[in-house]
Design a protein around this ligand. Structure first.
Ligand code: 5AD
Ligand code: SF4
Length: 440
């Protein structure tokens, strides 16, 4: 086994997916070669998520699987949010791990790797002080058409349930000129879709004298020659301004899709969560979005079973879901996390009750999606062709609203991938659409 082969597995959100692209680029630059399986690799890295306990357990399960291989020339590293949260405790829980590094330390990876190569068995990068975590010249993007750009790192909010402020540190925004320069380079390289990333992407505040807010940045990225789609995630409702909606309304390059996590439909629970908005304030933002002529698709995150959530609170969440009629939703059972304020809250909801509420929410949302998707039959939607499902003989496309639209097309060679095509929607399920192209 070459001593400079690596394998990386990524858990968690798009920020993590993109961080892995930065790590892969750094490793290749250092002379490491990517391999397809952990078995083939000398260096095995896990880029981890700790948002809920289940996510955190995944990495320890993986590490357990390979425990026996540690002595046989394999080196294990834990990156990302579990690394930041657990720090050196990881060495105790999984003694065969040699590297523990949080996302703010990836710029130091070359030095950390030198220490590993020298045989050091306990190497850490855990400082949150750095602001060097943005793109590097050698980020290795997985998708040749869609590129992520980190515009803001960290989080200054303090939602009572959330571990992110501890795992990703305080907010650091990237200078607008640097973001614009990168967007232009990506367009020249042939990328046509840009996804702006941040834990609270819309809390962006340009640190340079230009002083752009998020709406201005979004509008400017949408004007870059060659860029046909721009998305952004994740928005915090408190910082979600009418100007963002106006920017989307004014330029079709800005995708008609917004993810706006509400977490709960009860103002009382929102206050306990320290979300910094009421139900009414959230609904005002939904009204702005619905008033746009762009037919903006809405999605959200919901937490059920937050400590003290009563039946009446829960009923308000269901009512809000009915009122908004989201196009898609991620729903979760509350999971207690280390360091967070909610750990000390009383009136924990029993597991089976959380499960019951989760199923009710999911069923309610599924019915809404079936209805909303069926209403799209007969529409012509532009898709970016992302791949081919050979078994079904269908192309896989994505609409501006971020829906999967699988479709038939007389061309079957790979040259369709990366193109933008109009597709007639002919069928609809709860989670995707199906259709035909070309449109006669
Ligand atoms: N328990 C359950 N869900 C959580 N989320 C964040 N923290 C927790 C937690 N402790 C959810 C929120 C957030 C999404 C990314 O994960 O809904 O928006
Ligand atoms: Fe998971 Fe949050 Fe870290 Fe993303 S930032 S990987 S969601 S804990």
């Amino acid at each position: 086994m070459s001593s400079k082969t690596f394998y990386i597995e990524t858990f968690g959100c798009q920020m993590n997916v993109h961080d892995s692209e930065k790590v892969v680029g750094t490793l290749i630059r250092q002379g490491y070669e990517p391999v397809a399986t952990p078995e083939q690799a000398h260096l095995v890295l896990y880029n981890t998520c700790s948002i809920r306990d289940k996510a955190e357990q995944k990495v320890f399960n993986r590490l357990q699987q390979f425990k026996r291989d540690a002595g046989r020339g394999k080196v294990f590293g834990v990156l990302g949010c579990v690394a930041q949260q657990e720090g050196e405790r990881i060495f105790e829980r999984a003694p065969h791990v040699s590297l523990v590094a949080g996302s703010a330390s990836y710029a130091q990876l070359p030095q950390l790797l030198v220490q590993i190569e020298a045989g050091n068995r306990r190497v850490t990068g855990l400082s949150l002080e750095t602001d060097e975590a943005f793109e590097t010249d050698f980020t290795r993007r997985d998708n040749p058409h869609r590129a992520y750009i980190t515009i803001i790192e960290g989080c200054d909010k303090s939602c009572a349930y959330c571990v992110v402020p501890f795992t990703r540190g305080p907010e650091r925004s990237r200078a607008s000129a640097s973001i614009m320069a990168e967007a232009r380079v990506l367009a020249e390289q042939g990328f046509t879709e840009i996804q702006l990333l941040g834990q609270n992407v819309n809390s962006y505040r340009d640190p340079s004298p230009a002083g752009w807010d998020f709406a201005t940045l979004l509008a400017r990225v949408g004007e870059v020659d060659g860029i046909r789609r721009v998305r952004f995630t994740t928005s915090h409702p408190r910082d979600f301004t009418k100007e963002i909606v106006d920017a989307i309304s004014a330029n079709p390059v800005l995708c008609n899709q917004v993810h706006l996590p509400v977490q709960s439909g009860s103002s009382r629970v929102l206050e306990c969560m320290d979300r910094l908005y009421t139900r009414d304030e959230y609904m005002r933002r939904i009204e702005w979005l619905k008033a746009s002529p762009r037919n903006i698709a809405l999605s959200t995150d919901i937490i059920v079973g937050f400590p003290g959530e009563t039946e009446a609170d829960f009923a308000q969440t269901l009512d809000l879901i009915d009122q908004v009629e989201y196009d898609s939703m991620f729903s979760f059972k509350y999971s207690p996390r280390p360091n967070t304020a909610a750990l000390t809250f009383e009136d924990a909801i029993p597991e089976d009750e959380k499960q019951r509420r989760l199923l009710i929410v999911q069923e309610r949302q599924r019915a809404i999606q079936i209805r909303r998707n069926a209403a799209r039959i007969g529409n012509v939607e532009e898709v970016l062709v992302e791949g081919r499902n050979h078994a079904l003989g269908q192309w896989i496309g994505r609409t501006s609203q971020n829906q999967t639209l699988n479709f038939t097309h007389p061309d079957t060679d790979a040259s369709l991938i990366g193109r933008y095509l109009p597709v007639l929607v002919t069928r609809a399920g709860p989670n995707s659409l199906a259709g035909e192209s070309p449109v006669m």
